[in-house]
Design a protein around this ligand. Structure first.
Ligand SMILES: [Cu+2]
Length: 177
């Protein structure tokens, strides 16, 4: 009995944490899935936001603007690489959300840019914002601030490797030279 109870509590916990992680919003035929902002390093004045917008309707729509307390100027950006230089450009006139399609704003592609950040974005913070769509109208969503988990793990691994390499170099120094 005790084990069963524990298992049930465990399952309940998994579901609560899942629903906390994956938050979504609905306005008319649009579904806005999992808006997040990336944690920013201290002193950095810009931050990125990501989300997915799915248009289940029969009419195209457009994301016209994003506003919120998180920063005084929020833009929608595209990202491209020209001559090995990463370029970001503001999407003018709104971001198309075609009927029956999903538009992903994600790392390395289209994103929301928080300009002139008044303070650091920290993991666990929540920032409300208003999305305005041409046809669906406006909706309040919350950006959950999350860490760059994958990158941080990589950094950690690299760091360890560098340490190991240093050790080897020191140990084999005379043999090599
Ligand atoms: Cu940008």
């Amino acid at each position: 009995m005790k084990i069963l109870k524990k298992t049930l509590i465990y399952i309940a916990l998994i579901f609560t944490s899942l629903s906390a992680l994956a938050h979504e919003y609905k306005i008319n035929s649009l579904i806005i899935d999992h808006p997040i902002a990336r944690e920013t390093p201290p002193g950095v004045k810009v931050g990125a936001g990501y989300l997915t917008i799915t248009n289940n309707g029969k009419e195209d729509d457009k994301l016209i603007s994003v506003t919120g307390d998180v920063s005084p100027l929020i833009q929608i950006h595209t990202m491209s690489i020209e001559d090995n230089v990463m370029k970001m450009q503001e999407v003018k006139g709104g971001l198309e959300i075609p009927a029956g399609k999903s538009v992903q704003l994600q790392a390395g592609g289209k994103h929301i840019m928080f300009m002139n950040l008044p303070k650091q974005l920290k993991a666990g913070d929540k920032h409300k914002a208003i999305l305005v769509f041409e046809k669906a109208g406006e909706i309040e969503i919350t950006f959950n601030v999350e860490k760059h988990e994958v990158k941080e793990q990589m950094k950690h691994g690299d760091h360890k490797q560098v340490m190991k390499m240093d050790h080897k170099k020191k140990g084999k120094h005379h043999k090599h030279n």
